[in-house]
Design a protein around this ligand. Sequence first.
Ligand SMILES: CC(C)(COP(=O)(O)OP(=O)(O)OC[C@H]1O[C@@H](n2cnc3c(N)ncnc32)[C@H](O)[C@@H]1OP(=O)(O)O)[C@@H](O)C(=O)NCCC(=O)NCCS
Length: 172
Amino acid sequence: MTVKIKKCSVEDLQLLQEISIETFNDTFKDQNSPENMKAYLERAFNANQLEQDLSNVSSEFYFIYFNDELAGYLKVNRNDAQSETMGDESLEIERIYVRYKFQGKGIGKYLLNKAVEIATRHNKKRVWLGVWEKNENAIAFYKKMDFVQTGNHSFYMGDDEQVDFIMTKALI
Ligand SMILES: CC(C)(COP(=O)(O)OP(=O)(O)OC[C@H]1O[C@@H](n2cnc3c(N)ncnc32)[C@H](O)[C@@H]1OP(=O)(O)O)[C@@H](O)C(=O)NCCC(=O)NCCS
């Protein structure tokens, strides 16, 4: 078994768009209306938006490969790219998605450790993220990875206002 991680560039736009839509759909389509899913997917994952995100110097995307197959991706944000004003000592994991058939093989942990490594390299004091209160699997995973709930924020899935737990892991 080999696991490889690769930083994305704008050349990866199409593949990033495909995996973003696939994993978002697989994760949330059963608990959200088709209209709200469509609205979110079109807003967050249109090519222009992703190109802007890939070009932002304060954001980084990574692909992870399991035996040379694309298995998931990670998006982290620093400074003003963070989706909440958490300050310069924090790093946000905005997206961490493992494709369905690769879940439970340690890939999520690998991506999370990559985020911690990036945060440490940039001398950050904490890593934080927002997770939908109904995403029980992800919440259990983050708890396992030593994140604790430190707040809440609103997240709009189309016109549906949802509660995201803010979870934080302090770095020593
Ligand atoms: C949540 C997610 C990133 C976890 O990644 P994963 O590759 O499936 O998890 P891993 O195999 O790396 O698990 C790491 C550890 O967390 C534990 N864990 C993972 N999911 C768990 C769950 N649902 N309940 C309890 N523990 C869990 C594992 O048992 C493992 O523990 P170990 O280190 O003692 O062996 C992945 O399942 C995923 O992409 N889910 C769908 C998308 C999603 O919800 N993303 C987060 C949006 S905020």
